[in-house]
Design a binder for this molecule. Sequence first.
Ligand code: PEP
Ligand code: MG
Length: 597
Amino acid sequence: MTKKKRKSKVKEIILKGIPAAPGVITGKAYLLFDEEYPVPQRKKVSEHFIEKEILRFKQALAKARSEILSIQHRIAEEMGMDKARIFWAHLMVLEDEILIGEVIANLRKEKLTVEYIFWEVLEKYVKVLSKSEDEYLRERVSDINDVGKRVLNNLVGTKQKTLENIKDKVIVIAYDLSPSDTATMHRKNVMAFATDIGGRTSHTAIMAKSLEIPAVVGLESITSKAENGSKLIVDGSRGIVIVNPKPETLKKYRLQKKRFETFEKHLIKLKNLPAVTSDGKKIALAANIELPNDVPSVLAHGAKGIGLYRTEYFYMNRKDLPSEKEQYEAYKVVAERIAPHPVVIRTLDLGGDKFLSQFELPREMNPFLGWRAIRFCLARPDIFKAQLRPILKASVHGNLKIMYPMISGIEELRQANAILKDVKKELKKKNIPFDKEIEVGAMIEVPSAALTSDVLAREADFFSIGTNDLIQYALAVDRVNEKIAYLYEPAHPAVLRLIKTIIDNAHRERIWVGMCGEMAGDIVLTMILLGLGLDEFSTSPIIVPEVKRIIRLVRYQEARKIAEKALTLSTGKEVEDFAKARLKKLIPGVILEKRKK
Ligand code: PEP
Ligand code: MG
């Protein structure tokens, strides 16, 4: 929250980060948290004015409340209720009695202006929460920052700099982006974004792809290297941001941008063509969605189905749980719009880097290894059933499938299925129709599940490999930590071996296997995955055409040989170099992203 000193720099600076969403853009920087942030002066007020200060504080809170409600209303109208819900968390901060009480008590004690006291209290909260081991508490920092800024601006009388008020086309630069930032950022004027922190599979990066603007995360120092108005190039495909580019660099990137646009136009022409290899092997090519609003993009990019519907976004940033009716409506709409193609609904995957404001979760040292996903749902069958019921009810409107996240062994699959059976019984009793043959699959994203996939395959209808988590668990690399991003290697031999084990075990039991982690959209590895026998690829909608292009160009028999060879290599780098060389042979001039920093 404190101001950052920035020196004026005109030198070209090249920063390497993590590619979050593809595309190349040139434009002017817009720093989200810059000098305009009001840090109040430390000023005394006389005893006589204390009550007036309290009144001023209450008025500023009320004004912030009405501002947030009106943004929420506008976002709900323009982008749907799902995205508007994130503002509940902000309203909760405004109503936090402990925080408000502390400001008033300190004000009476210290007799300083209310803006200064409020700022002091906020700073204290932010400091304590940022250091917390608890991911949930750390995530509250961005809510406090958002709301704090709004209230301070009301107290000091300055106009807040937010993404809603942007008048020109800009590239947004920030330390990190809060959910409300990304929601309000879906505007014509935000051309790209670049942030200091974040990993390639953090939900911020995943959100960037669904917004369909180029983005680079994990740049570490972009907020101190760029100034407001600095000229920038954001290369979201390679994970590069250039500050103050030289004329020759600009020229080079203009050409690259043109190439990328032509490439996109060319790819979209593949929209109605099947995903079939040149020697006739059909592959299912689906897309991942976070919200029902993402469906048009799925259709526009020619995906044939949804391989992962991350339902937890439904539960995020709201005070209450979604009602069964609300859920039913959402699942029904998605099922109908995608029919006859399948929609894999993943049941609530709370935890890791996805925390829900309505649950008082215990503090955990390692949230990714903690009480999350199916573990939480099995412990809270009331919440689990309240999701399974609307999924089943909506199943008559299309081709729905159910998938459980974070299954680590057969017992969890059995327990989840027993709960599902109860719900089916209940619906049958009430004569409520549902698809009796609905397929039920397991996400394979925990090494123990991969290694016992022979057992799981006997009792699951399908598998979907969640590589985002599988890689972090197999290689012991936190998926959202940019400091160790170089160790997060999808091409690591250990990962390839696990994937091969999963696919072989599934096929032995004659069930299909998809992949819905970000690796499914990593075009360097498409031929290897194809050759390992993957039946379905599910990626962000914008990546679907790129994967389809490769599938349509390669011979399946060739892909099998490529996979076989890849399995003999010793390091991730060897696999990657080999895969890149084969891809360049298949598509000379292909644009490849930089994986490591
Ligand atoms: C995964 O882990 O690969 C996955 C698709 O799930 P999420 O990214 O939501 O954890
Ligand atoms: Mg996962």
